[in-house]
Design a binder for this molecule. Structure first.
Ligand code: FAD
Ligand code: FES
Length: 275
């Protein structure tokens, strides 16, 4: 973990609009050679005099000083980010936190269950797995969004379907009138019966609204998954990002430092979570 509070400036190299309120930003650090991250970690991303927000890496690791963030404009800081243009700068502190369990995932099938913006922190992990697909088993992705327009990475999803050993199932809550949609309708757990892997040698990685993650965990436990093989990325309001201020604390755990990715076994029964 990088334990520094020092921010670095990163230049926006491209902006790709994903949905009406979400864009992916390509970023390049001007200094800090050797910056590297793992999928599931995050940066504190800031605009001077506006504020900072924790944002996960959405690109695959490995490109020196280059990375992507996929950001949904929901409030003060993220709406200010949505006004930025290519060539503008963003302040970056990080990478922080513990990401997805890459070591434990080796040799196993991977079940990804994502809701809405929750696919962003998992994209880098998936790209990494596909690049090293001989080290992993089958990959199953269940991705749910509110409507077809709310799906992230729309142009990439058809390519993901063609990746080796991969099953991708999509679902939406609503289908607005005059919208073409041939996939599933319903909450993401309605896809469980179509999952083509058994729980025995499978790691489940879950990211989305906390209420969704709760139902996903309940459903997977009922289907024979054990708590130590279910991993979730938690969201809490953050300030320092490095385990010093206590803003993100749940029970004995600091989400910024000990997470944001936890196994279900680590967080089961902790106060102030729905999980
Ligand atoms: C580890 C981590 C990774 C994340 N990764 C991503 C990512 O990849 N992409 C992404 O888009 N987002 C991500 N988020 C969420 C993102 O950090 C928040 O949406 C962001 O902080 C919002 O900041 P803001 O200033 O724009 O919004 P705010 O102005 O802070 O408001 C955001 C929302 O929270 C509500 N809110 C405001 N104040 C409070 C409060 N005190 N308590 C509870 N709710 C409040 C508002 O009503 C609004 O709906 C991540 C969060 C964490 C913890
Ligand atoms: S944000 Fe300060 S302890 Fe986690």
């Amino acid at each position: 973990m990088n334990n520094t509070l020092r921010p670095f400036m990163a230049r926006i190299t491209f902006i790709k609009k994903e949905t009406y309120d979400t864009s992916t930003y390509g970023l390049q650090l001007k200094e800090n050679p050797g910056f590297s991250f793992l999928p599931g970690q995050f940066n504190m991303v800031g605009i001077p005099e506006v504020g900072e927000a924790p944002i996960s890496f959405s690109s695959e690791p490995g490109e020196k000083n280059k990375f992507q963030h996929t950001i949904r404009a929901v409030g003060r800081v993220t709406q200010a980010m949505a006004q930025l243009k290519e060539g503008d700068g963003l302040q970056i502190r990080g990478p922080y936190g513990r990401g997805w369990p890459l070591k434990e995932a080796r040799g196993k099938n991977i079940l990804v269950v994502a809701g809405g913006i929750g696919l962003a922190p998992l994209r880098g992990f998936l790209l990494y797995i596909w690049k090293n697909h001989n080290d992993f088993g089958k990959v199953v992705i269940l991705y749910g969004a509110r409507t077809p327009d709310d799906l992230l990475f729309k142009e990439e999803l058809p390519l993901w379907r063609k990746k080796p050993n991969t099953q991708l199932l999509l679902t939406v809550d609503e289908i607005p009138p005059r919208t073409r949609w041939k996939e599933n309708q319903g909450v993401v757990t309605t896809l469980f019966d179509r999952v083509g892997v058994s729980p025995d040698n499978t790691l489940a990685l879950i990211c989305g609204p906390e209420i969704m993650m709760r139902f996903v965990v309940v459903g997977l436990l009922q289907r024979g998954y054990v708590g130590s093989r279910l991993y979730l990325s938690l969201e809490r309001r953050m300030k320092c990002g490095i385990g010093q201020c206590g803003h993100c604390q749940i029970g004995p755990q600091y989400v910024c430092r000990d997470g944001p990715v936890f196994s279900y076994r680590e967080i089961r029964g902790l106060p102030d979570t729905l999980i």
